[in-house]
Design a protein around this ligand. Structure first.
Ligand SMILES: Cc1cc2nc3c(=O)[nH]c(=O)nc-3n(C[C@H](O)[C@H](O)[C@H](O)COP(=O)(O)OP(=O)(O)OC[C@H]3O[C@@H](n4cnc5c(N)ncnc54)[C@H](O)[C@@H]3O)c2cc1C
Length: 402
């Protein structure tokens, strides 16, 4: 059965840049756009900024360096990493040679990589303060639910929140939903993560050892890389696409059940084991849906120079690789004013496992924010103009600049 509804939707906002999703990618996009002087509206369906990194309790800011002594991600990736540990010394994963020493010799292997653990609450609160100081308007409890497209441009994005349904008519839209929701709603080609997500149940305990992360559920390896890898013990054999409401609910309940069982078991073995202190408030899904962009980056393209590079990322899993990220991975040929940022940019499954992590989301977020602030038609935006804007925001573009 279907109910047919008909209604007109009031346009309540007409910002220069609309950012949908307030995870790390959305935060970086909003900061970058606001610093270019754009009027920015950020909508977030939850009530905390940071997405998986904060509400999802994924609190390891993976490396900004290549593991061989070179920093490769700059700009907001570095600024947000430093912000994440600015007020808390919550275990910095020995990043002192990177955070404090100016001596490059201190950063050579076997020195630890440029990564930190951060406190999720403090990071979310500080990111919010920073955005508000820059004049970004934030709407919490607001979901993007539909789009209106004309001449390959998004005219309006329909939102739903406590005050009902309303529309936003921006010049440029940034899809930082993590799931390419806007691209899919607009009918742009998207790709699902075929093999599905494994269960995760990361939570925090508080006890005699302080406030501690229990990261239950390791990352899956993309099928194409499985031959050479040893089998990994997963929490459950079930797989989750992350794109179906009932299935996401089952994922969340199973994750909760896993936390409870883990706590009960640990407490029985050790009566001083800490009590659960923080549970995730968004589902811990790694890869769901991405755009099929104007270019799709492959994990074999390490050390390749791209004329439209918007910055660089490393491989969190191994020392050595450096990837330049082409601007074309951030948009679809189908839409002229939609950019994507974060874990839904255009990459292969194998590259997805590299690009989905926090520093990479900051890199693509910053580029999307700058592009949205300076162009009405991203298909015709010159790479040189975008790159010079990014350089003024302290980004290094090419590996030859390291
Ligand atoms: C179990 C697990 C472990 C991980 N471990 C690490 C790790 O150790 N280190 C690391 O660096 N990375 C790790 N990652 C990956 C990393 O945390 C995420 O990929 C990254 O934080 C994604 O950022 P994002 O901004 O692209 O998306 P998200 O963090 O998913 O943010 C998207 C935001 O958009 C909002 N949103 C979604 N849809 C809508 C909508 N329609 N309207 C409005 N708002 C919407 C969401 O509420 C959310 O706040 C892990 C991920 C998982 C799941």
């Amino acid at each position: 059965m279907h109910i047919f509804e008909s209604f007109s939707t009031p346009v309540r906002y007409a910002p220069r840049v609309l950012v949908c999703g307030g995870g790390v990618a959305g935060i970086a996009a909003a900061i970058a756009a606001a610093r270019e002087g754009a009027d920015v509206l950020l909508v977030e369906r939850g009530f905390l900024l940071g997405g998986l990194a904060t509400a999802g309790l994924v609190t390891i800011f993976l490396p900004l360096c290549d593991g061989c002594g070179k920093q490769v991600s700059f700009g907001l990736a570095e600024e947000l990493l430093r912000l994440s540990v600015a007020l808390s010394c919550d275990g910095k994963r020995d990043a002192d040679p990177w955070l404090h020493s100016q001596n490059p010799q201190d950063r050579l292997p076997p020195a630890p990589r440029f990564e930190v653990n951060f406190n999720p609450q403090l990071f979310a609160l500080q990111a919010e303060e920073l955005l508000l100081r820059l004049g970004v308007r934030i709407l919490y409890g607001t979901s993007a639910v539909a789009v209106s497209v004309r001449d390959r441009k998004i005219q309006a994005v329909m939102m739903e929140g406590k005050s009902g349904r309303f529309a936003v008519a921006p010049v440029c839209v940034i899809d930082a939903t993590g799931d390419a929701d806007l691209a899919a709603l607009a009918g742009a080609p998207v790709v699902r993560f075929g093999q599905g997500n494994v269960l995760a149940a990361w939570y925090y305990t508080a006890g005699k050892n302080g406030y501690c992360l229990r990261p239950l559920g390791v990352a899956d390896i993309p099928d194409e890389q499985k031959a050479s890898a040893p089998p990994v013990p997963y929490l459950s054999s079930q797989r989750f696409s992350g794109l179906d409401t009932e299935e996401i609910s089952a994922f969340v309940s199973l994750s909760h059940h896993t936390v409870l069982s883990d706590y009960t078991e640990k407490k029985k073995a050790d009566p001083t084991f800490g009590e659960p202190a923080t549970l995730p408030t968004i589902p811990q899904l790694r890869m769901t849906r991405r755009i099929a962009g104007a270019y799709t980056l492959h994990d074999s393209e390490m050390h390749c120079a791209f004329p439209d590079s918007i910055g660089m990322v490393s491989d969190w899993r191994k020392r050595g690789p450096i990837y330049e990220v082409p601007f074309r991975t951030l948009y679809s040929p189908a839409l002229r004013n939609l950019l994507v940022a974060g874990r839904c940019t255009s990459v292969t499954d194998a590259m997805w496992d590299i690009m989905r992590v926090i520093p990479c989301c900051a890199v693509t977020g910053q580029a999307a924010g700058c592009a949205a602030a300076i162009s009405d038609d991203i298909h015709t935006l010159s790479s040189e103009q975008l790159q010079s804007t990014l350089r003024l925001q302290h980004v290094r573009i090419h590996e030859s600049e390291l």
